[in-house]
Design a binder for this molecule. Structure first.
Ligand SMILES: [Fe+2]
Length: 332
């Protein structure tokens, strides 16, 4: 039996009505010893109940929602995450990323992680290809990573992943033998990484499951504009999860998961320079993608997060204790 905290006198939980069910549910949850968990469930229950009251949730709709969430769980596997997809198409992932990884004006914008990042990507040397042959139109990618003062950052772990030319990630193939079109490079002394990949293509998010059906009911398409994902990790810096989007894509302004930011849209050019192409055993007609990323220090990110939390809570008219940028229920 878990230990039950009894700091809060419990009212008799009977004869509850639609007028007092919310406050009583909050009270019984307040037995938790965690101030943050108490706050989370106070607000979750309050908003959830108010949602039901406001829309006059019917029993049919309530069971439809339960069956929908059940279907989301049933289609999940080790390599398919329908709930992240659901969070993405509801705009929640974009919101959570923005709150947790705020950027100063000169920091590279973050964007959604998406459901296709894996933890089995192989490490590559500078100049190597993260894609096996025949995966798409070859592209040379050259990036530089600096801090917000413009100092090059060496030793940054850069995790990259993209689809093949058919718009599928390796994890979407039943016969996946191992990671492909994904890899990890480490920035050199000048903060640079150079690698070969393929020209990104637009693709539909998996829409053969419950989230796809939901999008259809909502009159939305499931497409994401062509992009390449990046995740940067270095001690002392806030983890940067972002993507580069290719300018001119048909879905540039209607991304199904709301991930596009103007500052992350890049022009894809031909390599043109014969010497450069030859150096990487490519053709001048192959593609060249270049971008400079700016990481934000942990300290900068933490200060911004706290400042943004205080401003947002003030705007919402919420008076509550805040610890490390997170509101808590401080009542003991
Ligand atoms: Fe993606």
């Amino acid at each position: 039996m878990p230990t039950i905290q009894t700091q809060v006198p419990l009212p008799p939980l009977k004869d509850l009505t639609d007028d007092n069910i919310t406050e009583n549910t909050v009270i019984v949850n307040n037995q938790s010893s965690s101030p943050r968990l108490r706050y989370l469930f106070n607000r979750l229950v309050t908003h959830l109940h108010d949602f039901a009251r406001e829309v006059r949730l019917s029993e049919e709709e309530w069971i439809a929602a339960i069956m929908f969430l059940t279907a989301c769980g049933q289609i999940c596997t080790d390599t398919r995450q329908e709930f992240i997809l659901l969070s993405d198409v509801l705009g929640l992932s974009c919101l959570v990323d923005a709150m947790n990884h705020p950027k100063p004006a000169n920091g590279t914008a973050g964007t959604v992680l998406g459901p296709f990042h894996t933890h089995d990507a192989l490490e590559f040397e500078q100049g190597e290809s993260i894609c096996s042959s025949g995966k798409g139109e070859p592209a040379l990618v050259r990036c530089k990573v600096t801090d917000t003062s413009g100092n090059p950052l060496a030793g940054v772990s850069v995790d990259i992943w993209e689809t093949d030319e058919t718009g599928h990630y390796d994890t979407q193939y039943a016969d996946r033998a191992g990671p492909d079109c994904r890899g990890i490079l480490t920035t050199d002394r000048e903060g640079r990484i150079t690698f070969k990949a393929i020209r990104p293509v637009s693709y539909p998010i998996p829409h053969d499951g419950p989230v796809g059906k939901l999008l259809e009911r909502l009159g939305r398409h499931p497409y994401r504009p062509a992009h390449m994902h990046f995740k940067f990790i270095k001690d002392g810096f806030d983890v940067l999860v972002t993507s580069l989007y290719i300018r001119g894509d048909a879905y540039e302004t209607t991304d199904a998961v709301f991930g596009v930011k103007s500052s992350l849209i890049v022009d894809l050019e031909h390599i043109s320079d014969e010497d450069l192409a030859q150096e990487y055993e490519l053709s001048p007609e192959d593609w060249l993608l270049e971008y400079d990323f700016v990481l934000v220090s942990d300290q900068e990110a933490t200060e911004l997060k706290i400042k943004n939390a205080e401003r947002a809570l003030k705007t919402l008219g919420v008076t509550v204790a805040v610890v490390d940028g997170l509101p808590i229920d401080a009542i003991e």
